[in-house]
Design a protein around this ligand. Structure first.
Ligand code: FAD
Ligand code: NAG
Ligand code: NAG
Ligand code: NAG
Ligand code: NAG
Ligand code: NAG
Length: 486
């Protein structure tokens, strides 16, 4: 990790000098350039203007937050088209955002404007034909609310706050994956606003290669202005059995060993997530296991019994609608913004109790030694049933053989700790890779921190085709900042 976040003081200096410096649009008068080409409701602000904060899109982590020189919030898709054309013509770099969850290495030095997509918060469900269309400003929360209300379900991520299209473009993993595959597997077509300012359709029938690339590397070709998906009838009437088990640190080994028995045979309806926790006040570590079963308590009981048999110190069994399950990310703080937070990840092909035991010990030791560190280390297990039935070459998303997704979330309360956390996280990541059963790193691009590189995100084998698509659709590299193909 070479590029570290600017300190708050430096960031302020940067923001106030940006409009006089030479760079990616900071010295331009955005009003003069854009106003006459967009509808009156489109909002425009330079970063030094008081109203900037109401125009710019939100960010989840403050780590590597771009020091935007300005922001534009288009009111209409036709405005967005004009904005892309004008920005391209005037060499003004931009990043279009919705949920603002994409934190990637290097973005902290990005010099350009934010295009805030949040006005396009539309979700249209056609229950008769099992279709749904998302606008680029819709969040997962808005999407699952509408889909549920229509009596349907769709594979998605487990949280409320990320952008629905943003999650889709990298693949889209979550608790309905065992039943429906990845979110990209439910995707039927997209409208893509390209570098030329024109819109093209990509689907299995139209621009088929582009559609292949959009399903896994969709941040890199243009702005998806509409995405059309298949939705499914609700499983179990839309209710999920959620079991939360809390284990002491001493019980960790038996938990890892039990979970490892589910490798390759995890039932399609069952998902598992563990979170390693450390409480500095009590100086105790624990493991929180969430088991989500998309079915009744009766059906899930044989699995839950196995986890109960380990003797957790606390257990909670809930019967929740899918909407309620996802909304927990809000009540539990997962969606909270404003933290200096880095996230490291690796996909593994097997659950290795030794690696997990060692990582847990390291996690506890590092947390104990660093009071300004507040970390949560997650592991997610989703069934690969549908993934393994899907031809590997159907999408650029390559890692359908992953058994478990490790995601380390580091909240850092003192900037000076950042490089120590990076070093420690990189070491842990290497340990996960070493025992993953995969020679090449399997990194989910939407969880990636950015230093892993394109072969780890999309596989070495996919790179020639992906680069050819990039050259065809975005030759001047206007899109995909932080998702470099080189
Ligand atoms: C709390 C949290 C929970 C998460 N849970 C899951 C999960 O369960 N499953 C999962 O798969 N992922 C999950 N993620 C990861 C998530 O998929 C990525 O962070 C994703 O990039 C978020 O999209 P966004 O719109 O919120 O972010 P943004 O920062 O707004 O966008 C991310 C990138 O996508 C591009 N982009 C956004 N919209 C478009 C568009 N319409 N067209 C083209 N490019 C676009 C942006 O330019 C940017 O480069 C989670 C992330 C967080 C922070
Ligand atoms: C922000 O303030 C500037 C200067 O007062 C004004 O020109 C611009 O229209 C304002 N933009 C918005 C979105 O309110
Ligand atoms: C999705 O696309 C299909 C096929 O083009 C179309 O018939 C349908 O109306 C679209 N669905 C929605 C909800 O827009
Ligand atoms: C995890 O379990 C192992 C084996 O029982 C034990 O030796 C170790 O101390 C446990 N880890 C922690 C952090 O308690
Ligand atoms: C740590 O434990 C204390 C005492 O049980 C509790 O009050 C506190 O909320 C815990 N902190 C966290 C972060 O869970
Ligand atoms: C879950 O709640 C719903 C609605 O109250 C109910 O119909 C269903 O039977 C409940 N399921 C279980 C397993 O209790």
């Amino acid at each position: 990790m070479l590029l570290l976040k600017l300190s708050p003081v430096l960031a302020l200096v940067y923001a106030t000098t940006a409009h006089t410096s030479c760079g990616g649009g900071g010295n331009r008068n955005l009003e003069a350039l854009f106003r006459s080409h967009v509808s009156p409701s489109t909002e425009i602000a330079s970063s030094y203007q008081i109203n900037f904060s109401t125009v710019v899109g939100p960010r989840w982590s403050t780590w590597e937050a771009p020091a935007w020189s300005g922001a534009i919030k288009p009111a209409l898709i036709s405005d967005l088209k004009q904005i892309i054309k004008i920005a391209a013509k005037n060499n003004i770099p931009f990043i279009a955002t919705n949920g603002g969850h994409g934190a990637k290495t290097g973005l902290g030095s990005f010099d350009g404007i934010n295009i805030n997509l949040q006005n396009f918060n539309t979700v249209t469900v056609d229950a008769v034909n099992n279709r749904m269309t998302l606008g680029p400003g819709a969040t997962l929360g808005a999407m699952v609310t509408e889909v549920f209300a229509a009596g349907k379900e769709i594979q998605t991520g487990n949280s409320w706050c990320p952008g629905g299209i943003g999650v889709t473009l990298g693949g889209g993993i979550g608790m309905l994956m065992g039943l429906h595959g990845l979110m990209i597997d439910d995707l039927q077509s997209v409208e893509l606003l390209t570098a030329s300012g024109e819109t093209v359709t990509a689907s299995k029938d139209e621009n088929e290669d582009l559609f292949w690339g959009i399903r896994g590397a969709g941040q890199t070709f243009g702005i998806v202005t509409a995405a059309n998906y298949t939705v499914h009838d609700q499983t179990n009437g839309g209710f999920v059995t959620e079991a939360n088990f809390y284990y002491t640190a001493a019980q960790n080994r038996s938990l890892w060993e039990l979970i490892a028995t589910f490798d390759n045979v995890l039932p399609a309806k069952l998902s598992l997530q563990t979170a390693m926790l450390y409480n500095a006040t009590t100086d105790t570590a624990s493991i929180w296991l969430s088991a989500w079963y998309v079915g009744s308590l009766d059906e899930s009981q044989p699995y839950l019994d196995q986890f109960a048999a380990l003797g957790p110190f606390a257990t909670e069994i809930l019967n929740l609608t899918q909407v309620e399950v996802y909304y927990q990310s809000v009540t539990r703080g997962v969606c909270g913004t404003g933290h200096l937070l880095t996230a490291y990840t690796m996909g593994v092909g097997r659950t290795d109790p030794d690696t997990l035991e060692t990582h847990f010990a390291d996690f506890v030791a590092f947390s104990r030694a660093n009071p300004a560190y507040f970390g949560q280390s997650y592991m997610q297990w989703y069934s690969n049933k549908v993934n393994l039935q899907t031809p590997a070459d159907s999408t650029v998303f390559p890692w359908r053989d992953v058994q478990a997704w490790w995601l380390l979330e580091n909240i850092i309360l003192d900037d000076s700790l950042l490089s120590a956390v990076d070093d420690w996280s990189v070491l842990q990541r290497g340990n996960f890779h070493a025992t993953s059963g995969f020679d090449d790193e399997h990194v989910y691009v939407n969880y990636a921190i950015g230093d892993e590189g394109p072969a780890a995100w999309w596989s070495e084998a996919n790179l020639p085709k992906l680069r050819a698509l990039k050259a065809r659709w975005d030759p001047h590299n206007l899109f995909g900042k932080g998702y470099s193909l080189e």
